[in-house]
Design a protein around this ligand. Structure first.
Ligand SMILES: [Zn+2]
Ligand SMILES: [Zn+2]
Length: 87
C-alpha cells in the first residue's frame, strides 16, 4: 500500500510537515530524523512513538491521526486500527 494515498497534516492545526523538518527522540536516544519517513519509528533506538508533536502548534497527537485519507477514498475502506503497529 502506497503511503501516498494519505495526506499528512496536524490533526489540530492542519500544519503539513515538510521533508526538511526534524523530530528528536528525546529523552531516549537523541536521534534527529523526519518521523514521517518511518511512521514514528526512531531509526536510532527502534522506539515506536505513539504521539507526534506538531512543530507549528506544539500539540501532541497520536501519530496515526496525522494520516488522513484523501477525499476521493472509496467508501468501505478498511480503517487502520490503533493496534495495527508492528511490534
Ligand atoms: Zn499543529
Ligand atoms: Zn530513539
Amino acid at each position: 500500500m502506497a503511503r501516498d494515498e494519505y495526506e499528512i497534516y496536524c490533526p489540530k492545526c492542519a500544519w503539513r510537515p515538510q521533508p526538511g523538518d526534524r523530530w528528536a527522540c528525546e529523552p531516549s536516544c537523541g536521534t534527529v530524523w523526519n518521523t514521517f519517513w518511518t511512521r514514528g519509528l526512531c531509526p536510532g533506538c527502534g522506539k515506536q512513538w505513539r504521539d507526534t508533536q506538531c512543530l507549528a502548534c506544539r500539540a501532541f497527537s497520536p501519530h496515526k491521526q496525522w494520516y488522513h485519507a484523501p477525499r476521493r477514498a472509496r467508501p468501505g475502506r478498511t480503517r487502520r486500527r490503533e493496534t495495527d503497529t508492528v511490534s
